[in-house]
Design a protein around this ligand. Structure first.
Ligand code: OGA
Ligand code: MN
Length: 238
């Protein structure tokens, strides 16, 4: 059974709020490679996303796999969550995709990342579900560049578990010249998956893990990608 709570508070929407959030994200990514933003998202964006995900028919979710294209497999040892891709069939989903597009344009202007496309899915972790330590992209495969996670869990407490663990960037993962000193000192960061918290990190740099939760846990996971299509080969589907 899904426990639903309806009381939560978040920032009210304003483009000014978005601008300062976008600026903070850009600064964080440039300086540290990751950005953690509690109660960051405009309420009129996340409340409908939350209503949508908790009311979604269970049949819309499929058990999550690992890898892309021909390498796609399922492993219950690695992850046990279920996912539903956001294709823009709901108003909430469309508004989310519009918002992530605005952020994409902003980050490309500020950081010259060349972000080309965005893909995202809802995820549902039932009690005890987990996702073991992994990276969202591998060096040289240059597809997923920037990972985004948005949490949709009102009233989440420490007792509920289900934290995201963000490990320090792999040694040598960042260009030495651009590697900020902070990486050497960075401890593992534990993020509570509370409603409205938005996390971003460089997909190739940061191993991470989802700890088992003690209640249903909802989130959106998304990835900005660069264009890896070449003339004779279309970028493989997810
Ligand atoms: C993922 C992922 C993190 C989270 O879906 O790849 O790492 O906290 N999700 O849900
Ligand atoms: Mn991941």
């Amino acid at each position: 059974m899904i426990r639903v709570q309806t009381k939560f508070t978040t920032n009210s929407h304003s483009s000014e709020g978005d601008n300062s959030l976008f600026a903070r994200i850009a600064d964080d990514i440039r300086e540290k490679g990751y950005s953690i933003n509690p109660s960051a998202m405009p309420a009129e964006l996340i409340e409908p996303l939350y209503e949508h995900v908790v009311s979604m028919n269970a049949a819309k979710f499929t058990s999550a796999g690992i890898g892309r294209g021909e390498k796609y497999t399922h492993s219950k040892f690695v992850r046990t969550d279920e996912i539903a891709w956001i294709e823009g069939n709901s108003q909430a989903g469309r508004d989310w995709l519009d918002w992530t597009k605005t952020l994409q344009v902003y980050l490309n202007r500020r950081l010259l990342l060349g972000l080309f496309s965005f893909e995202s899915h809802f995820s549902h972790y039932g009690i005890g579900d987990f996702y073991k330590r992994h990276k969202d992209a591998f060096r040289g495969e240059a597809n997923r560049v920037l990972s985004v996670v948005l949490y949709l869990n009102p009233g989440w407490t420490v007792a509920d578990g289900g934290e995201l663990l963000l490990y320090p960037a792999d040694d040598g993962a960042m260009d030495v010249s651009s590697k900020p000193a902070v990486h050497d000192a960075m401890e593992c960061i534990k993020v509570t998956p509370l409603m409205g918290t938005l996390v971003l990190f460089l997909s190739e740099e940061f191993p991470h893990e989802v700890l088992p939760a003690n209640r249903d846990r909802f989130a959106i996971a998304g990835w900005y990608r660069v264009n890896t299509s070449v003339s004779d080969r279309v970028d493989p589907p997810r």
